[in-house]
Structures are given as C-alpha cells and as structure tokens.
Design a binder for this molecule. Structure first.
Ligand code: 16G
Length: 257
C-alpha cells in the first residue's frame, strides 16, 4: 500500500488493483471481510465501493454483493459511426427508432443546420444498443430534402452513415463535437436501464459533407458507466519551429489544438 493519499484513496487503489486481477462477473469479497483485511471501517469501505459502482467498475446486486463490471468502451474522438465503433470492438450493434418526425427547423436548429427556420427537418430519436444492451440515446436532425424516404425502419436496420453514402450519395467531410458531463433524466434513465441521475456524456455533433454543407446535428447521451473518451495528442507546436518554417516570429498566439 502506498504512503500517499487519504485512507479512502488507499482503499480505492487496493480495490481497483483487486478488480484488475479478477474476471468480469466475479464477485469481490464480502464488505465485512474486505474491511477487516484492509483494516478500515465498513463505512469507509462502503463509501469507496459506492463510488466504484457509480463509476461503472462494479455492479452491486442487492443481498448478494458487488461484482466486477464490464470494462468501459474507449471511445476515440473521431468521426466514426456508432455501428462501426461497436463492430470494431466485437459487439453487435443494433438500434430502436423511438420516434421519427418531420418538423420545421425553428430558429435554433436552423442556425445549426444553416438553413431557414421553415426548412423541413427529420428528427429521429434513436436508442443505440451493443449486444442488446442500451448504450446511448441519440437525437438526430437532418434536412428532409437530403434524405427523401428515410424511415424509422431504415434506421433500425442500417447505419445512418452507410445510408448517407450508399443511398443518398453524401460523402462526409468534417465534424465538430462538443462534449459535456451530465446526468441522466428520469426518461433517459428508463430507456438506458440505469438509475436516475447516473453520470453520462452529452455529445453534440455537427457533421458536414465534403463540400462543407451541414449534414447532421446530433445530440447524444452516452452512458458514463460504460464509456471513457480517448484522444490522440500531438506534440504542441513550438514557436521556434514555426519561426524556422515561416521566417519572422508570428504575432498571433498559438491555438491549443
Ligand atoms: C455516432 C455519432 C452520431 C452519428 C452516428 C451514426 C457520436 C457522439 N455520435 O453515434 O452523430 O449520427 O454515430 O451512427 O459519436 P450509425 O451510422 O451507426 O447510424
């Protein structure tokens, strides 16, 4: 056991080390036994386990104990589709279209999609599953004119990105994404099968085609207990490298990309 940190932090490290040596679905030792082994009060241990349950490392089954949960899905910050992402990880993707309607864009959506507020937009509410387990809820907005004939059924049986390419001839270009921490509402919790106010990621993605026109605006709630975000980091651009490449020193501050 390391010498740093509070008692809870040391217990947390110990339990996480233990979890790493166990298989998914294994039960960790009973709280009373573990508390004795670690020489801490049951209250301290209980607090640590509560945190690990909330963070998705353990599942608690009432009257039975705590079990090692499935590892989190490492979500790279790239423009892949849900279906491709899940397949890459060996899961079978599926989905349910909970609603599909065509509505007038309205002011806010019109700004995001860069159209007039009266422009018809398809709004689809999709539950995304991996191996039949709900992972995310997505509200997709796409210009109706771009996807004539798109049905709820289409979205249940095909990837939207595949449909865009194969049926509608749309080549995706670039995307911008904003990510914020959030907690699930009552409705989202029921759909995702998680307790109310569970941690989650809120993604808002705006995707453009290869000519720069906005194709989709999607608001997604991803389960915080099943996802972690990963990114590839590039070395920061250094001023002396810039100078060497472009001559005189730049006068504008660098960006933090
Ligand atoms: C991802 C995208 C979503 C896109 C969907 C297409 C995030 C946060 N969102 O879920 O914007 O519409 O993939 O998936 O990654 P599909 O091609 O499987 O239907």
């Amino acid at each position: 056991m390391s010498a740093w940190g509070s008692k809870s932090e040391r217990v947390r490290e110990h339990v996480l080390d233990l979890v790493e040596t166990m298989a998914v679905g294994d039960r960790i030792p009973a709280e009373r036994k573990l508390a004795e082994e670690l020489d801490v009060s049951r209250m301290t241990l209980r607090g640590v386990i509560d945190d690990l349950v909330r963070e998705g490392y353990l599942n608690r089954r009432h009257g039975s104990g705590s079990y090692v949960a499935e590892p989190k899905i490492a979500q790279p910050l790239t423009m892949t589709s849900f279906s491709d992402d899940m397949r890459l990880r060996g899961f079978v993707p599926s989905g349910r279209t909970l609603e599909l309607v065509t509505v007038a864009a309205g002011a806010r959506l019109a700004r995001r999609l860069q159209v007039s507020p009266t422009e018809p937009v398809v709004r689809a509410l999709r539950l995304r599953l991996a191996d039949d387990v709900p992972m995310a809820i997505e509200t997709l907005h796409v210009l109706a004119a771009l996807v004539p004939g798109l049905t709820a059924d289409d979205l249940e049986h095909s990837s939207f990105y595949d449909l865009l390419a194969a049926r509608y001839g749309v080549q995706l270009g670039t995307g911008a994404q904003v990510i914020e921490p959030t907690v699930t509402s009552e409705e989202e919790s029921a759909r995702l099968g998680v307790p109310v106010h569970s941690p989650a990621f809120l993604f808002e993605r705006t995707t453009r085609d290869s000519a720069g026109a906005v194709v989709e605006f999607v608001r997604s709630i991803y389960r915080g207990d099943r996802y972690q975000l990963t990114a590839t980091l590039l070395a920061p651009k250094r001023r002396d490298q810039d100078r060497a490449r472009s001559g005189p020193a730049p006068t504008i501050a660098e960006s933090h990309s």
